[in-house]
Design a protein around this ligand. Structure first.
Ligand code: UDP
Length: 238
């Protein structure tokens, strides 16, 4: 088997990445697209953990607008991630991948509680672990959950799938002159005021020297190319 650059990865998928062009909810085409790519990683021998977002269904910050208390809204957002996690689990099972859905909020009938050693054991056995319900606490994001879980399970890297193919010096969807970085250090991201993940997530990665790769999740070969060490997206490390 070819030498891999990353053997255990944590893939962060936003809720938005599940909605495709629909603008809301879950697009089954997107689910199968991700499931196929994850399957390919497993076939290479990569251990795959996924943290799933919920923004396609609900975000805590929306709560205030509708007269719902922020903390209540955050719990609603965390529930949204469980719904997405269930959909993703189903899509992975459809392509023959064994998975375990884990929830940071206890929901025994549909998801396992989070027990670190158990989650690691699943990975070692070749099961995809889907972490849902974020950190289980309000005021955080699923990016923070990704940074936390990646550190806890000793992942080699966090792969943050986005609509753009890396980190730019300006928003490439708004500014045609924006240029992409191939590599950045944590210090450079801060000094240039670039946005990679929210500050809590970013700090956790920086303090523990956990590399982050921001890449285009919609290009089919990207995940495979990344674990094989090809220069895809923007790598933040050191
Ligand atoms: N959330 C939370 N604590 C967490 C993770 C998520 O309260 O640890 C809530 C928060 O309200 C957030 C929502 O769940 O807006 C959905 O998560 P997120 O916005 O991170 O999803 P994404 O942007 O990745 O789709």
């Amino acid at each position: 088997m070819a030498q891999l650059k990353y053997n255990r990865i944590l893939l962060k998928l936003s809720g938005e990445s599940l909605m495709g062009d629909q603008g809301f909810g879950i697009d089954s085409k997107m689910l199968s697209h991700y499931a196929e790519q994850v399957k390919e990683l497993l076939e290479l021998g990569v251990q795959v953990a996924i943290v799933i977002g919920g923004g396609n269904i609900y975000r805590g910050l929306q709560a205030n607008e509708s007269g719902i208390e922020r903390v209540q809204g955050d719990y609603m957002g965390m529930m949204a991630t469980v719904i997405n996690g269930m959909a993703l689990q189903s899509a992975l099972e459809t392509v023959g991948v064994y998975t375990r859905l884990i929830s940071a909020i206890e929901m025994k009938q549909i998801a396992e509680p989070y027990i670190r050693r158990r989650a690691i054991r699943h990975l070692e056995k070749g099961r995809v672990v889907i972490f849902s319900a974020g950190t289980g606490s309000p005021y955080f994001t699923t990016d923070s959950a990704a940074a936390l879980r990646a550190n806890e399970i000793n992942a080699d890297v966090i792969l943050k799938g986005t609509r753009v193919d890396g980190i730019y010096n300006a928003d490439p969807e708004k500014d045609a002159t924006a240029t992409k970085f191939d590599n950045l250090t944590f210090a450079k991201v801060i000094s240039m005021g670039l946005s990679v993940m929210d500050m809590t997530a970013f700090t956790l990665c920086r303090e523990n020297n956990l590399p982050i790769i921001v890449f285009d999740i919609n290009t089919k070969s990207n995940l495979k190319d990344i674990v094989e060490g090809k220069p895809i997206g923007t790598l933040v490390e050191g």
